[in-house]
Write a protein that binds this ligand. Structure first.
Ligand code: DGJ
Length: 725
């Protein structure tokens, strides 16, 4: 609910569990409060001026009012707020001052979309409404519309800003955050994800200090290194108790999220496009829309914050046929055969997979151009007739006869210098004239800010999908941006290329996903290098990591679950010894770990023993029956090998009738006490039956004492499926 109190010029935004309050004072839009839900009343007393003027600039006519000590909703550079700004404008006269004052506001039902950008959406019947507050610099005539959508049932508030040049001459945006929250204390710990290729989304938690902590990407992708979300925790808060604030960006390009501890022991949280390398020219009446940031508050612990984001992403970000639906059990050819396959081998693998109950065969990299290694052919999306003389026809036919679908890999945003596409259009890649073009994995990036490049990609991909044979696309992206230039833009617009690239990509994805609504799209970037809410708007799942080792995946999947739902986390059983780490793990452990996400295989099934084949068949059957619990249920982190010698988790269906739980021992402790895993989220009066052993427990027993762990060996696991008896 959004309430405006005219007398105190106060805005109050309420979700079911939180309130967010702002007020107009002396024309400035102040932040008053964000936290536990309040009653609707005048909250002006919560902000008072201390007049701490140490080396600060006082505003004209209001001596006690020091901007540097004032919590602001959309702070600008240049008028005495010396913290990091949300907005920095280069005016036509070259100065970079901006002074935004309140002009007007409106409250509208539902939520408008963001032009060309991914965003959370409201559905008919949702308790969702939007406040738009317009601020203006009365000298430069730059205007900002601050958008706040309150999703009452989902306990999130989404924000973005539209910046408009109402002056006569062009100006440039140097920095434009999606959201700013000025807290009046800095008694926080920061929780973030950091990582790299094959080690994505590790969790870090540390005290917020004075100065600025920045989670950022300058790589033209959300990247493996810092996922675009940040959590502020009260220092004593844990999984089940205490206050947490989250900010999540719905964007896949370069971002910056900062938490700044100030001289007055306050904290400014900023999230948005990374200002490094960015600028945007606004002509007269030109508008720029920032990506969306989604805020969340809870006083019920980290699990509660995760559940809020997980559910909102499942219900109000992911779209299409696979929204809240179990995904097909698939087998991907990459770790099964890499580039070495032909029709005969794929027919053999596909038939074997289908016989074991697998529902989809994915032909990964290597089916197009003359791609036998990774140094050529990206851009030439034409079937390699040497490997597949009959195209996909025979494979598709065999799979169809065996009730199995066909999926295919693309890496559309790239071009190999050794490709027909590059020979025909050497100017279509990101590059800067007269400078060398740096290659990553022997490839260059296409310039998706050019519409003709996006059209080419749409046509090439549509040609393959038009055959009607493909029901799944894995969309890969295996390098980051360098030499970010476009020869079709003038010099004063070169700072726009990286963001324009994403506008191009998003419009391409929108066209493709609308044209092929039956196709399940999976995002990938050298594993989980672009695991973000922006991509999830178009593609409901992401290949989580190129590290498919079950033990390594424990931490990766655990870290990913902080914000992202298990439905989005693709997890496959791969071969043992593992190809990345050489760890040896038994089949049951690999299965237990992969069974927490969108499930599949990444191995050659024809090389399995008869006993293993039976396990594959059994696992496919189990996923078909219980996979929905992972897609739509509540996920609980129970134990983590970040802190202990084991990991454990459970997912509970929305009706609390089914629970899937897993445990992996990651370090053997001889003669240790008996372990028991206390579950969460069950109904304490319900009797639950373990489908494997027939043992019955009450919910109270399972949550009070827990499940007995009977394995003691390292890298071994135990899995339970408990059903209402
Ligand atoms: C990187 C992906 O993460 C892998 O799964 C695989 O698709 C390769 N690219 C193929 O080149």
């Amino acid at each position: 609910m959004i309430t405006y109190l005219e007398n105190s010029k106060q805005f109050q935004l309420d979700t079911d569990n939180s309130s967010y309050v702002m007020q107009v004072r002396d024309g400035f839009l102040l932040h008053i409060y964000y936290g536990e839900r309040l009653n609707v009343t005048d909250h002006s007393y919560m902000r008072w001026e201390q007049g701490r003027a140490a080396f600060s600039c006082c505003l004209e006519g209001c001596q006690g009012f020091i901007l540097d000590d004032t919590p602001l909703e959309y702070p600008c550079f240049g008028r005495g707020d010396l913290r990091s700004p949300a907005l920095e404008i280069i005016n036509p006269d070259g100065t970079n001052i901006c002074d935004l004052r309140y002009v007007s506001h409106k409250i509208i039902g539902g939520k408008p979309g963001l032009p060309g950008l991914p965003a959370f959406y409201a559905e008919e019947g949702d308790r969702a409404s939007t406040l738009v507050i317009t601020l203006r610099d009365n000298i430069s005539l730059v205007e900002c519309d601050l958008y706040y959508t309150v999703f009452e049932d989902y306990n999130i508030i989404s924000r973005h800003t539209v910046i408009r040049n109402c002056g006569e001459k062009p100006c440039h945006i140097k920095a434009a955050a999606s959201a700013c929250v000025d807290f009046d204390h800095m008694d926080f710990e920061v929780i973030s994800n950091y990582g790299t290729h094959c080690r994505e989304r590790m969790i870090e938690r540390f005290r917020l200090n004075h100065g600025k902590f920045e989670l950022a990407s300058r790589r033209g992708s959300s990247g493996h290194v810092h996922n675009p979300f940040l959590i502020l925790a009260s220092p004593t808060a844990d999984e089940d108790h205490g206050e947490f604030y989250g900010v999540l960006l719905v964007y896949s390009g370069s971002h910056a999220i900062t938490a700044e501890g100030t001289q007055y022991n306050a904290c400014r949280l900023l999230a948005g496009l990374n200002p490094d390398g960015f600028s945007w020219k606004l002509e007269q009446n030109g508008e720029f829309t920032t990506p969306e940031a989604v805020l969340c508050y809870t006083d019920k612990g980290l699990t509660s914050l995760s559940h809020i984001y997980n559910k909102a992403i499942n219900d109000r970000l992911i779209r299409g046929k696979y929204k809240n639906a179990r995904r097909p059990v698939l087998l991907n050819s990459w770790e099964a055969c890499y580039f070495s396959f032909d029709e005969a081998r794929l027919l053999k693998i596909g038939k074997c997979a289908a016989d074991l109950g697998i529902e989809l065969l994915v032909i990964d990299d290597g089916w197009f151009g003359k791609r036998n290694t990774d140094n050529c052919s990206l851009g030439d999306w034409v079937i390699d007739r040497k490997k597949l003389p009959n195209g996909l026809d025979n494979i598709y036919k065999m799979l169809k006869e065996n009730n199995c679908g066909l999926g295919i890999w693309f890496e559309p945003e790239m071009v190999s210098p050794d490709s027909d596409l590059y020979r025909a259009h050497p100017d279509w890649c990101l590059h800067i004239e007269n400078r060398p073009r740096s290659e990553g994995r022997h490839q260059l990036m296409l310039n998706l800010s050019r519409p003709e490049v996006c059209d080419y990609l749409y046509d090439s991909i549509a040609k393959i999908l038009d055959s009607g044979m493909i029901s799944y696309v894995k969309w890969d992206f295996n390098r980051n941006m360098a030499e970010v230039g476009s020869e079709v833009l003038p010099p004063d617009r070169q700072g726009e290329v990286s963001h324009r690239y994403y506008l191009g990509l998003y419009s391409l994805l929108e066209r493709l996903t609308q044209s092929f609504p039956e196709v399940l799209f999976e995002s990938c970037s050298g594993g989980g290098g672009r695991f973000d809410a922006g991509m999830l708007y178009y593609m409901p799942q992401t290949w989580t990591s190129d590290n498919s080792d079950a033990i390594e995946r424990l931490k990766i999947q655990y870290g990913t679950s902080l914000v992202y739902p298990m439905s989005a986390i693709s997890a496959h059983v791969s071969a043992s010894p593992n190809h990345q780490t050489a760890h040896v793990t038994d089949f049951a452990t690999r299965f237990t770990v992969a069974f927490t996400g969108s499930f599949g295989y990444e191995l050659d099934p024809t090389s399995l023993s008869e006993e293993e084949k039976l396990l594959v068949a059994k696992s496919a059957e189990l996923y078909k029956k219980y996979g929905y619990v992972l897609v739509t249920g509540d996920y609980y982190r129970l134990k983590t090998n970040y802190e202990e010698d084991c990991a454990a988790w459970c997912a509970v269906s929305q009706d609390r009738a089914v629970c899937v739980a897993g445990y992996v021992n990651t370090h053997v402790r001889l003669y240790d006490k008996n372990q028991h895993i206390r579950l969460k989220g069950l109904d304490k009066d319900t009797a639950y039956k373990d489908i494997f052993t027939g043992q019955t427990y009450s919910g109270a027993q399972l949550m009070g004492f827990g499940l007995p762990v009977k394995i003691t060996l390292e890298y071994r696991s135990q899995m339970w499926i408990l059903e209402k008896a």
